[in-house]
Design a protein around this ligand. Structure first.
Ligand code: PMP
Length: 361
């Protein structure tokens, strides 16, 4: 069987082995055409079919209503931090932002370059261990949109609810939890996600945007960052990240075969219950996040004594449990358990954690 390690990387993250095998089988000769997907014109019938199928599969997976455009863009989620205000925030307008960690902070700091930003709520008051309830938010009267991050990849803080903002378009960074469970797209004005966690390889960011929000870009908005131009050109105003888009399509096919986002929700719940359950039982490992805000995708945890961190990581590595080191800004450990990380990986991690605790605890 496979010699592949269990990869707990936060991103670029583990991809389903079946997807990689399929890509490998098709690498030199895609479906008898005698060339690789990487070598095809993005305007060729073959590639357009690949791109359209990927979009349709994503639409099926998330039941995306027909009045939403799906864009396959470049520049990562970080470029969206600027692209969103350039497209949606009028020069004299105000946008509301909810700050729950490093990524939502980065997005609002970038947005400040383009206009008036109101920080409607911040998890700082809770040391980033909990999400302020909506009754604590100070929303603007006429916000152009409200932005939040549904899952903070570094802090391990995730919304298990969708904000209620009436007619104000809800804009969400779902980079690290899209496709991990069912989602009511119609609640949102715009959803964006860097691909390299639950979608595919890096080089791609997926934007799902309600049609009435197109065509509002500022005059200074660069052509390449204008959603309407991207939408009108089928995300091919310029050469798209063709291979990343193709591989993401293979991931969508794989997801459908697994039973879609409903099946992922079940699997992801079992994984996070196992890991948090063990951490909570143990006196050696801790996770400080409020139970209802704990991320299903990124589980940060600390050892009782940080001097043991190095031995823990070395022991994990030796067992093929890779990339458990926490983000450099917070230290400790972090296990990212996206869709492609199976229950067997989490079982292997918990077995190792148990063994390490017995030895060192
Ligand atoms: N938002 C979130 C929630 C993320 O986790 C990341 C990347 N880890 C980003 C934004 C930035 O993504 P990118 O590197 O694609 O710009």
């Amino acid at each position: 069987m496979s010699k592949r390690a269990f990869n707990f990387c936060a991103g670029p993250a583990a991809l389903p082995e079946a997807v990689l095998q399929r890509a490998q089988a098709e690498l030199l000769d895609w479906q008898g055409k005698g060339l690789s997907v990487m070598e095809m014109s993005h305007r060729s019938d073959e590639y357009v079919a690949i791109a359209e199928k990927a979009e349709q599969d994503l639409r099926d997976l998330l039941a995306i209503p027909s009045n939403y455009k799906v864009l396959f863009l470049q520049g990562g989620a970080s470029q969206q931090f600027a692209e969103i205000p350039l497209n949606l925030l009028p020069e004299d307008g105000v946008a509301d932002y909810v700050e729950t960690g490093i990524w939502s902070k980065k997005s609002l700091e970038e947005a400040r370059r383009f206009g008036n930003i109101n920080v409607a709520a911040s998890a700082k008051a809770y040391d980033y261990f909990a999400i302020p309830g909506q009754n604590e938010w100070a929303l603007s009267k006429n916000a152009a949109y409200l932005h939040y991050a549904s899952n903070e990849t570094i802090g391990g803080l995730q919304f298990d609810w969708v904000p209620e903002v009436g007619d104000v378009p809800l804009v969400v960074d779902m980079s690290s939890d899209i496709l991990s469970r069912p989602l009511d797209v119609s609640r949102f004005g715009l959803i964006y996600a860097g691909a390299q966690k639950n979608i595919g390889p890096s080089g791609l960011v997926v934007v799902i945007v309600r049609e009435d929000l197109l065509g509002r870009a500022r005059s200074i908005c660069p052509t390449m960052l204008n959603y309407k131009i991207a939408a009108d050109n089928g995300s091919m105003y310029n050469t798209p990240a063709t291979f990343s888009w193709y591989l993401s399509g293979l991931v969508f096919e794989w997801l459908k075969k697994q039973g879609g986002v409903e099946a992922m929700e079940k699997l992801n719940k079992a994984k996070k219950d196992l890991l948090y359950g063990y951490i909570d039982k143990s006196d050696f490992y801790t996770n400080p996040i409020a139970t209802n805000a704990r991320s299903w995708m990124n589980v940060p945890f600390r050892l009782a004594d940080e001097r043991l961190d190095k031995a823990f990581l070395e022991g994990a590595d030796a067992r093929g449990l890779l990339n458990l080191k926490g983000h450099r800004s917070v230290g400790g450990m972090r296990a990212s358990i996206y869709n492609a990380v199976g229950l067997d990986a989490v079982e292997a991690l918990v077995a190792f954690m148990t063994e390490f605790e017995k030895e060192q605890g």
